[in-house]
Design a protein around this ligand. Structure first.
Ligand SMILES: *Cc1c(COP(=O)(O)O)cnc(C)c1O
Length: 248
C-alpha cells in the first residue's frame, strides 16, 4: 500500500486554506460579539461540513474545531464512524425523519431540528435504548422554529404556537435535554427582524424552562445579525469550507 498523504501536514494546501478561512470567520464572530456588547461571551461555532469530505473534517479537527454539523443521516453516520477517534461533537442540523432517530442517536451530541412531537417521541425511545447499551450521555435537543410570516417561503420548523408543548415533551423525556431553539432566517427577509422574533420566542420559552437558553441561529450570510440577537450557537458552512459540491 502506498503511503497516504497526511492531510493535516503543515504544508497541506487545503489545510492552509481552511486555517485562513476559519480565522476570518472567527475574527468576524469576535468582532460581532464585541460590537453587540457581549463582552467575550462568544457563541459556540459549529462548522457545517455537509457535502465536504471526511478529510476536511480531519483538517478542521487539527485546527482546533470541536463541533461539526451535518444535515443527512447517511453522510453524518459514515463520517462520524470513520472519524470517531477525533472525539468531535456531531450536531445534526437537517430535517430528520422519525425512522432515522435510531441511527442519529448513535453518533449525535445534539439535534438542532426537532420540529414535531412524533420526532421527539422517536428520539426519546431511541436514546433510552442507546443509553442502556452504551451508557452514552444525554442528547441535546433544540426546537427548530419557523420564522416565516406566511406559509409561502417555508424553511422548516415548528410554529411558535407549538413550541410550549414540544418543549414540555422534550424536558420530560429522560435522556433528552431541552437545549433551546434553532431557526433559519427566511429567504429574502431582514435577518435582524427574523432573529429578533426568535429572541422573543426564546424569552417566552425561558419563563417555563429557565435552563433552555440555547439559541442556534446564524449561518455564513447572517452570523452578525444572529450574534446581535443573542445567538449561543452559530452554524457556519460555506464561508469556512467554500461552496458545496453539487448534490451527488
Ligand atoms: C447548510 C446549513 C448551514 C450552513 O450554511 P452556510 O450558509 O453554508 O453557512 C446552517 N444551518 C443549516 C440548517 C444548514 O442546513
Amino acid at each position: 500500500m502506498s503511503e497516504r498523504h497526511d492531510v493535516t501536514a503543515p504544508n497541506d494546501p487545503r489545510l492552509i486554506e481552511l486555517r485562513e478561512r476559519l480565522g476570518i470567520v472567527r475574527t468576524r464572530i469576535a468582532a460581532a460579539t464585541e460590537a453587540a456588547g457581549r463582552q467575550g461571551n462568544l457563541p459556540e461555532l459549529i462548522v457545517v461540513t455537509k457535502f465536504h469530505p471526511a478529510d476536511d473534517v480531519r483538517r478542521l479537527a487539527a485546527l482546533g474545531v470541536a463541533d461539526v454539523g451535518e444535515n443527512r443521516d447517511q453522510e453524518a453516520s459514515d463520517k462520524a464512524a470513520r472519524l470517531s477517534a477525533l472525539g468531535l461533537r456531531w450536531h445534526f442540523v437537517g430535517q430528520l425523519q422519525s425512522n432515522k432517530a435510531k441511527s442519529v442517536v448513535r453518533y449525535a451530541h445534539a439535534i438542532h431540528s426537532v420540529d414535531r412531537p412524533q420526532l421527539a417521541s422517536a428520539l426519546a425511545r431511541s436514546i433510552a435504548t442507546e443509553q442502556e447499551s452504551t451508557g452514552r450521555g444525554p442528547l441535546e435537543c433544540f426546537i427548530q422554529v419557523s420564522l416565516d410570516d406566511d406559509a409561502g417561503s417555508h424553511r422548516g420548523g415548528a410554529s411558535r404556537l407549538d413550541v410550549p408543548a414540544l418543549a414540555d415533551q422534550l424536558a420530560g423525556s429522560p435522556g433528552l435535554v431541552l437545549a433551546g431553539l434553532m431557526a433559519v432566517a427566511p429567504l429574502g427577509s431582514d435577518p435582524d427582524a427574523a432573529f429578533g422574533r426568535l429572541a422573543e420566542i426564546s424569552a417566552r420559552l425561558l419563563e417555563d424552562h429557565p435552563s433552555a437558553s440555547g439559541i442556534s441561529a446564524g449561518m455564513s450570510q447572517d452570523l452578525e445579525a444572529a450574534v446581535r440577537a443573542g445567538a449561543t450557537h452559530l452554524r457556519i458552512g460555506s464561508d469556512i469550507l467554500g461552496s458545496r459540491p453539487a448534490l451527488r
